[in-house]
Design a protein around this ligand. Structure first.
Ligand code: GCO
Ligand code: MN
Ligand code: MN
Ligand code: MN
Length: 388
């Protein structure tokens, strides 16, 4: 049975199931839901936890007393329903003060405000038990690119990340950062457009060991890139600290659709990678859905959406296990083994280079072999279509 359980570690943002369906052309179609209600309903659906931006819970500009009351009620709801908050983040995009960016804005006062808001939001996240802190720089970019040297955007972002890493260390928090790339929307162009850009940027930080990535299906897919390859690079680098799952079609606006609803084959390959059914290391963190229900839905449709994301993940996990256990599949992907030849190219030595020169290789013969990938892909399609 594919019904979600807390042990599956599925999480949703307050902003995801709480999305009221507002878009650039139309009003909200659903009433706002109280965070405590969202906690209760997600628990009922089988989720493990809930993630939030500071202002999803505490309204911008709330007094200290108001904040404390809201946080206490929220903690009580988490406790009552056995839910956790594994990840928290900062809203650095909603308020008009961030119209030119937050960490990369040209005005140092805006940058100072963004860093201070993030310090407060980190305190809130840690108070709720978060161990991962996400940075999505929705406003960090441009339309009028003449407004700054883009290298300044990068440098200011580095200063902010270094500052905030030190803040976390200084407070003694046990918290890791996860950077989320997006190519555009809401800005015309956003700095660090892909997970690959982020992975390099991280290597330039003072405390790079505490910083990884939070790739999102929709964001790499919008650029027409392979999300699976981006995630694989992050995993291989030990940098997949968190993940945003949803559905998206290439070339469109950020759709944030129900996981697996548009891209079953890619979703299958992603789950296979995360679950390690091919044999590699498994991703152990939460499976977070950063998506929302269609604008056509009422509240009941929102919970259908949430259950759908989780069931699809579990179904794909079962399919991935079956696929990788299928003897025909195993035969097709069994790699050619020639330990002697393999040893020659594993690392350089002048002896290996000389032996390589002397090696009998037959490119025409190697090129003639068919690899059977048509059969392999068809087998994958048949697993997905449920006939195997
Ligand atoms: C988006 C982003 C956001 C972030 C969120 C957490 O396209 O709107 O994906 O949903 O993930 O702000 O940082
Ligand atoms: Mn997104
Ligand atoms: Mn989105
Ligand atoms: Mn996201």
């Amino acid at each position: 049975d594919f019904d979600p359980r807390p042990s599956d570690q599925f999480t949703f943002g307050l902003w995801t199931v709480g999305n009221p369906g507002r878009d650039p052309f139309g009003e909200a179609v659903r009433e706002p839901m109280a965070p405590t209600h969202i906690v209760a309903k997600l628990a009922e659906c089988g989720a493990y936890g809930v993630n939030l931006h500071d202002n999803d819970l505490v309204p911008f500009g709330a007094s200290a007393a108001e904040r404390d009351r809201i946080v206490a009620d929220f903690k009580a709801a988490l406790e009552d329903h056995g839910m956790v908050v594994p990840m928290a983040t900062t809203n650095l995009f909603g308020h008009p003060v961030f119209k030119d960016g937050a960490f990369s804005a040209n005005d140092p006062k805006v940058r100072a405000f963004a860093i201070r808001k993030t310090m407060d939001a980190i305190d809130l996240g840690v108070e709720l038990g978060a161990s991962t802190y996400v940075f999505w720089g929705g406003r960090e970019g441009t339309e009028a690119d003449a407004c700054r040297d883009p290298r300044e955007g990068i440098k200011r972002t580095r200063e902010a990340m270094n500052f905030l890493c030190e803040y976390v260390r200084d407070q003694g928090y046990d918290l890791r950062f996860a950077l989320e790339a997006k190519p555009n929307e809401p800005r015309g162009d956003i700095y660090f457009a892909t997970t690959g850009h982020m992975l390099h940027f991280i290597e330039t930080l003072d405390h790079k060991q505490m910083v990884g990535v939070n790739p999102e299906v929709a964001h790499e897919t919008m650029s027409g890139l392979s999300f699976v390859h981006g995630v694989a690079q992050a995993m291989e680098a030990g940098k997949l600290f968190h993940i945003d799952l949803n559905g998206q079609r290439i070339g469109r606006y950020d759709q944030d659709l129900r996981f697996g609803s548009e891209d079953l084959k890619q979703a299958f390959l992603l789950v296979r990678l995360l679950e390690g059914t091919l044999g590699g290391e498994r991703y152990e963190g939460p499976r977070h859905f950063d998506a929302h229900a269609y604008r056509t839905e009422d509240e009941a449709g929102v919970w259908d959406f949430a259950r759908g994301c989780m069931r699809t993940y579990n179904i794909l996990r079962a399919k991935a296990r079956a696929f990788d256990a299928d003897p025909q599949v195993r035969e097709l992907i069994a790699e050619a083994r020639d330990e002697g030849v393999q040893a020659l190219t594993r690392s350089y030595s002048s002896e290996n280079a000389a032996a390589l020169r002397g090696l009998e290789l037959d490119p025409a013969g190697l090129a003639r072999r068919g690899l059977g990938y048509e059969r392999l892909d068809q087998l994958m399609c048949e697993h997905l279509m449920g006939v195997r």
